[in-house]
Design a protein around this ligand. Structure first.
Ligand SMILES: [Zn+2]
Length: 118
């Protein structure tokens, strides 16, 4: 009973999630499939880029060469940009999942249209 059961973090979803790496949250296969292909591709690309850049920090030989060539500030900047890019891609990806879920719920019970205040 005490196996590592991981559940999807999308509200209302209790599906099991198998081992998943590289994402900030655990998301089930169903919900991972909801965003459009370009959002999945963008998330994968930014995750790969970030992982590649982070490997420079963990590989002592590469890191030492970069520092010796006065590239530390540049590496820091590139890492920051890659992190922001990944987080933005993740934000759009998750929003697409939540929007799809809201659309499904909205089809069941249609609420009043939103109006701009003022
Ligand atoms: Zn789910």
């Amino acid at each position: 009973m005490s196996q590592d059961e991981i559940h999807c973090t999308i509200p209302g979803c209790q599906r099991d999630v198998t081992a998943q790496e590289g994402l900030p949250e655990t998301i089930c296969e169903h919900h991972l499939s909801l965003p459009r292909a370009h959002l999945r591709a963008r998330l994968a690309t930014t995750a790969r880029r970030l992982a590649a850049i982070e490997s420079y920090w963990s590989d002592d030989a590469t890191f030492d060469v970069l520092v010796a060539n006065d590239r530390y500030v540049q590496l820091s900047h590139v890492t920051c940009v890659a992190q922001e890019s990944f987080e933005a891609a993740w934000g759009r990806f998750k929003l697409a999942i939540l929007s799809a879920e809201a659309g499904n719920a909205g089809a069941a019970k249609a609420g009043p249209p939103l109006r701009a205040a003022g």
